[in-house]
Structures are given as C-alpha cells and as structure tokens.
Design a binder for this molecule. Structure first.
Ligand code: SF4
Length: 403
C-alpha cells in the first residue's frame, strides 16, 4: 500500500540533514526481489542516476569488488549485471590483484566492454605522479582492458594530492584515453577538507567517500557535499552500513514492514539526492537479492524508520569510528594509528573477518599499535563519537595481536 514519505522539511528537522528528498512512492521491498539468475526486464532493473557533470547514467547500486570472483562463471557478477548493476568498483589493492584478474574473464564473457562501467584505484605507492601513472597501467594490464571508466587515487587523506601536479596528471590520463574520468576515494581522514578543496580546485570528476545514516547531523560534511554538488562533482557513497558489532546493533531493534536493516541503511543514503549511488560489498547472492530489492523498491523510508536509524547511530557511536584521524592522532604524543587500528577492529568485530583484521593489524609498525603507556585522554575528549579510545586500542591489542 502506498504511504506518504516524510517531507524534506521534516527530515531536516529530524537530523539536520540537507538534501534528503521524499522521493519514492509505493510498493514493497522485502519479498519482492527477483529470483537469482532471473533475466531482468528494463522494468526490473535497478534505477539509475546521473553522475554529476559527467552526465553519465549509472545504477544507484554499485558492485563492490574487494573479492576474488569465480573466473569461469561468477554468479554474483552475472546476476548483478542482469539486474542492471553494471558498475564494478575495484582497486589494484583488492585481493592482491585477484579482484582485477578475476574480473577480466567476466569482461570477456559479457563480450562488450561498453556495457560495463569499471572504476579502479591506484594506491599511489610513494605518493608521486609517477606511481599513480604506473598503477593505472597495472590496472589495465590486470583487467585486460584498454581503458577504465573512472580512475581514483585510492584512500586519499592528504590535501596535497589535490595540488596542480596531481590534477594535471588526471587531465593527462584522460587525454591518453586510459581513463574516461578521474577522481579519488577517501575513507575518513580529512574528508571534509578534501571535498572542500576538490570543489574549489576543479579537475576532479567524481569522489567516493564514506557516508551513511550516522553522518546526517554532520553539518561540516553536509556543507562540503553541497559545495561538491555545486561544482558538478559526482558523489558516490561507500561504507553505507556503518557496521558495528552485532550485539550493539541489536540494542535498537529495527522494526519495519518493508525493509531489513541493511536495506534501510541503503535507502537512507539514496534518500539524499546529492548522492548518485552507493557501493555495496556484495559477496553472496542472498545479499545481492536483498540489495537489488531495496534499490528497486519505490517505497521511501518512513519518518519512523529514519528515527530508528538516528537512534541506532546515537547508541552505536561509541563503538563506531568514522576514521577522522586528523582529530585524534594529533592529540597523542606517540605515533599511534588510531583510525587504522579501530578499522581493523571493526573487521574483526562487525565484518566477521578476523584473519584479515589480524593480518592488517600485525602489518602496522609496532609503535603504531601501542596501547599501554600512551595517554589517549586528549584524543578521546576531542573524538566526535565519544569513543573510549584507550579501551578500544587495548581491545585491539588483546584480540588482534594473538594468533
Ligand atoms: S577515534 Fe574518534 S576522532 Fe579518532 S578517528 Fe575514530 S571517530 Fe575520529
């Protein structure tokens, strides 16, 4: 049954969120998904939006490819494509190149490169123009393709990468035909500064950044998003689930007739008209069906559902690091990597990826992992999420340093 979505004014009142629209009208999401493998008709494909000033139409749901696919025939890739999820988001670093290498056969199976949008990312090892340029070639070689649709500088956290040498590099890459568009991804550190600088500097077509329902009240971030939209920069959201340990997530029991909690989190991002699309780490067909159903559903989140998400964001804030390392790490008299450590702890506690979490944690230099004998009090006092940083660092040491 149709129901009236909340008005823009109500949403703004609710969470100081600018740009939330009351977009869609009626239908159901749960139980409305196409059977896996079902050939999608145009009517059942996920909706599309225009990616900033590029003018390109892309699906609102993007396939996160930080995984190794089945090179012979991968169900996730093919079923996603059939549902209209024809945008693959990968990176040189994903699965040590195996994401690229196992996407390459899929490109051949589709048989028409033009039917796929492929974004990849170079880590800029060494932080130079030469490194990014070399890495673009590595991406193309591993993917066995002549061009990318979009090339990102991966996980930027330093504003100097938006200085003229790197912007000229982007222009040169586009002129060479090796990528159609250029931009960057950023995970948490200096996100606001990076967005603001990109809006002023020009030369950036698209930005992918961490954005979810937990950021609705973040006025600084909302202003930076507005500036990017005004500058014609296409915006893609990642980390839309704001994952926290399961026991924390259940403190607020999410109730909805229409959506599961992961679906509602995606809908909350899509409700923001400024965001073109959300990338989702879809690593099984059940999740694919759930995500596609949410994307296709014309039902908007109700005010009650928004409020439940707001409560969830508030309750889980103390265990949900948003990666803004520029705030806390400068307030500790030791070279500790707080944001990275808490991210790896999230992989352990919320993603169910303990091996990956331990491997990444142990790869940090010993001083970056220190928890004992370090004074975190100034950092904790400044943390916008109110995280007990000392306690979380000690927990990371306890669960991630062990074999
Ligand atoms: S601990 Fe707090 S200040 Fe530090 S990165 Fe996480 S959310 Fe930001």
């Amino acid at each position: 049954m149709a129901r009236k979505p909340g008005s823009r004014r109500e949403f703004l009142k609710l969470a100081a969120l600018s740009g939330v629209s009351a977009g869609m009208l009626a239908g159901v999401a749960r139980g409305d998904e196409p059977a896996g493998g079902e050939k999608a008709t145009p009517a059942t494909r996920v909706p599309r939006r225009i990616l900033g000033a590029t003018g390109e139409s892309i699906p609102i749901l993007l396939l996160g490819c930080a995984q190794r696919f089945n090179p012979k025939y991968d169900k996730i890739l093919h079923r996603a494509f059939a549902a209209g999820v024809d945008y693959l988001d990968t990176a040189l670093a994903y699965e040590d190149g195996w994401s690229h290498r196992t996407i390459a056969p899929f490109i051949k199976q589709i048989g028409d490169r033009g039917k796929l949008w492929i974004t990849s990312k170079g880590p800029g090892r060494g932080g130079t123009v030469a490194a990014y340029t070399r890495e673009l070639d590595e991406c193309l070689a591993q993917l066995e393709t002549d061009y990318l649709d979009l090339y990102f500088m991966h996980a930027l956290d330093d504003l100097r990468f938006l200085d003229p040498p790197f912007l000229k590099m982007g222009e040169k890459m586009k002129a060479s035909g090796k990528t159609r568009y250029f931009g960057f991804s950023c995970h948490g550190k200096n996100v606001v500064g990076l967005l603001e600088k990109a809006a002023k500097s020009g030369g950036i077509d698209v930005i992918m950044f961490a954005y979810n329902f937990g950021e609705y009240g973040n006025l600084e971030l909302n202003r930076a998003i507005d500036a990017c939209v005004k500058a014609g920069i296409g915006l893609i959201a990642m980390k839309t689930q704001k994952s926290v340990p399961a026991d924390q997530e259940q403190v607020v029991r999410f109730r909805s007739r229409n959506f599961t909690l992961p679906q509602a989190k995606l809908k909350a991002v899509w409700a923001d008209e400024r965001i073109t699309a959300a990338v989702s780490h879809i690593n099984n067909t059940r999740k694919l069906r759930e995500n596609v159903a949410a994307a296709r559903s014309p039902v908007a989140l109700s005010m009650d559902e928004f409020q439940q998400l707001q409560r969830l964001a508030t309750v889980t804030a103390p265990v949900s690091c948003r990666g803004c390392a520029e705030i806390c790490e400068s307030r500790v008299d030791a070279p500790v990597a707080i944001a990275d450590t808490l991210r790896f702890l999230m992989y352990h506690d919320a993603y169910g990826e303990p091996d990956k979490a331990r491997r990444l944690y142990r790869a940090l230099p010993e001083p970056a992992r220190r928890a004992d004998g370090v004074d975190f009090s100034r950092a904790a006092a400044a943390c916008p999420r109110g995280i007990d940083i000392a306690a979380r660092m000690r927990r990371a040491q306890r669960v991630l340093a062990t074999t």
